[in-house]
Design a protein around this ligand. Structure first.
Ligand code: AMP
Ligand code: MG
Length: 490
């Protein structure tokens, strides 16, 4: 373990335990300095929870840290190695444009990775420039903070600085660096890298480290690696159900974009579904719909199979037995996912207890929402407020019949109508980061006006408030957004 340095004025207290792992798992790499860093957004509540003092974070010295121009005392910058499946094909990857500065120890003793994204080339950059553009970094900032507001596990965004340099993509864009905060950046692909190119000892070191950092309850078990597999399966079953329940589409569920901690990670071409359609795909690069809304649970399982494969040498010393253990654990994913989803859907409909017909009731609603192209978020918030928005769905015979059945169902439970409404308000966001709102905020920000983004972030920080001042953000998207596409935009 590295010596932890004295706390800085701004509250930095960085440890570097990942750098104690076998050298094959990372490369020492400093960020590449930039010409004219400027802080454009700082997440004050997050900074405070990390033990950082916002009044100091905004001075030049600290902005230089966010830009990679200055290395804070106690930081041992590294780029992490990983290798995983992108759209089904295995590739050598790694932090091609990210640098882990260290792990911030919070006042309550928690440990969070502090990572710069867009901080220059590394040994894993392949053909890339190691840089990032302002729009996509702000997009990650907005959506990750929205996910946090929704109560969905996610990496978070501490700051964005512009670099004063251009990045060349299809157009010439402003360069920027995002400071990302995560429980860790250990990915399914980190295990795949260790399993593919490391020794068994190196793989074991990574697994032991992960267990110690995230799953310490399993440390003293006879076989902690089975526990590791079980816990990761559980966390993903829970995470993906939460995505489905709010209509979040990640867009690139490659194995490098699945965190072992169970946090949503790597916001690229993600977006929230407006009109309910299980086939929805936003990403321009996902031509076959591999990562469509309805495919997210089976793809998570596919990624977990890749994860389990990496653990085979550790699960049992007999290969056949290892495979049997892995298959047994993996076979639980679908049930775990379904239980989480069903529990969440019951809450969205204000249902407290279980009845065997509930799933039919839910599926029935979803199928008429699909048929009448209803907006996913607005349908549930309309049910919550018991009012019908200007949507075709609410005037149909099918919906009226469903509504009767639903009311009868609510009347059959002990809890009052008020309790149901409360449950629904806590389960159905009235605001989500609608694509047109995000685009509007980014467009203004790219011209130097951050006020629209700040207002949007404020509303998204409390999406279950059902407050008067949010109504403008509940509006359905304009028709022109019905064929909205997202781009990786790296
Ligand atoms: P992502 O699509 O963000 O999940 O990234 C996939 C891989 O490409 C990761 O290994 C990234 O580090 C790498 N990558 C993405 N953009 C760049 C870039 N501009 N320069 C170097 N590497 C990059
Ligand atoms: Mg990635």
């Amino acid at each position: 373990m590295q010596d932890m340095k004295i706390k800085s004025e701004a509250g930095w207290k960085l440890d570097n335990t990942y750098a104690d792992l076998p050298k094959t798992l990372f490369s020492k790499q400093k960020p590449t300095p930039v010409t004219a860093p400027e802080l454009v957004i700082l997440n004050q509540p997050l900074a405070e929870s990390l033990g950082l003092k916002t009044e100091f974070l905004q001075d030049n010295d600290n902005v230089a840290i966010f830009a990679g121009n200055k290395i804070e005392e106690g930081s041992l910058p590294i780029a992490q190695a990983y290798a995983g499946h992108q759209f089904g094909y295995f590739n050598m990857l790694g932090d091609g444009r990210a640098i882990l500065l260290g792990e911030q120890i919070t006042p309550s003793g928690e440990r969070f990775d502090i990572q710069l994204k867009g901080s220059g080339r590394t040994p894993y950059s392949r053909g890339g420039d190691g840089r990032a553009a302002l729009g996509p970094m702000l997009r990650e900032y907005i959506i990750s903070e929205a996910m946090h507001g929704l109560g969905i596990p996610t990496t978070r965004s501490l700051a964005v600085v512009t670099t004063g340099e251009s990045v060349i993509r299809e157009n010439v864009l402003s360069g920027a660096i995002l400071t990302r905060v995560a429980s860790s950046h250990i990915r399914v692909a980190t295990f795949q890298y260790a399993a593919e190119w490391g020794t068994i000892e190196e793989l074991k070191a990574l697994a032991d480290y992960t267990i110690k950092r995230h799953f310490s309850d399993g440390e003293n078990l006879e076989n902690p690696y089975i526990f590791l597999l079980q816990e990761v399966i559980k966390l993903q079953a829970s995470l993906i159900s939460k995505w489905q329940l709010v209509g979040f589409i990640h867009g690139v569920m490659n194995t490098d974009n699945m965190a072992i901690s169970g946090e949503t990670i790597d916001y690229g071409p993600c977006a929230f579904m407006d009109t309910y359609d299980p086939e929805t795909v936003f990403s321009s690069i996902d031509r076959e719909g591999r990562y469509a809304y309805k495919n997210q649970p089976p793809i998570a399982k596919w990624n977990l199979v890749r994860f389990a494969e990496t653990l085979l040498p550790l699960l049992h010393n007999n290969h056949e037995k290892s495979v049997e253990i892995a298959q047994n654990e993996l076979s639980k994913f679908a049930g775990l996912y379904h239980d989480n989803w069903l529990r969440g859907m019951r809450s969205k409909l204000g249902i407290f207890n279980k009845e065997s017909q509930d799933e039919d009731l839910i599926e029935n609603l979803l199928s008429i929402m699909h048929k009448y192209k209803a907006d996913y978020t607005s349908t549930f918030s309309a049910l919550t407020l018991d009012k019908s928005y200007d949507m075709e769905l609410f005037n149909t015979k099918e919906f009226k019949q469903w509504y009767e059945l639903w009311n009868a169902r609510l009347n059959r439970q002990q809890e009052s109508k008020e309790s149901s409404i409360k449950l629904m308000k806590n389960s159905n966001p009235s605001v989500i980061p609608r694509n047109y709102r995000v685009e509007e905020a980014l467009e203004a920000a790219e011209k130097g006006d951050y006020t629209i983004m700040e207002k949007l972030l404020y509303v998204l920080s409390n999406p279950y408030a059902y407050a008067e001042n949010q109504s403008a953000y509940e509006k359905l998207p304009p028709k022109s957004f019905s064929s909205y596409r997202t781009f990786c935009g790296t």
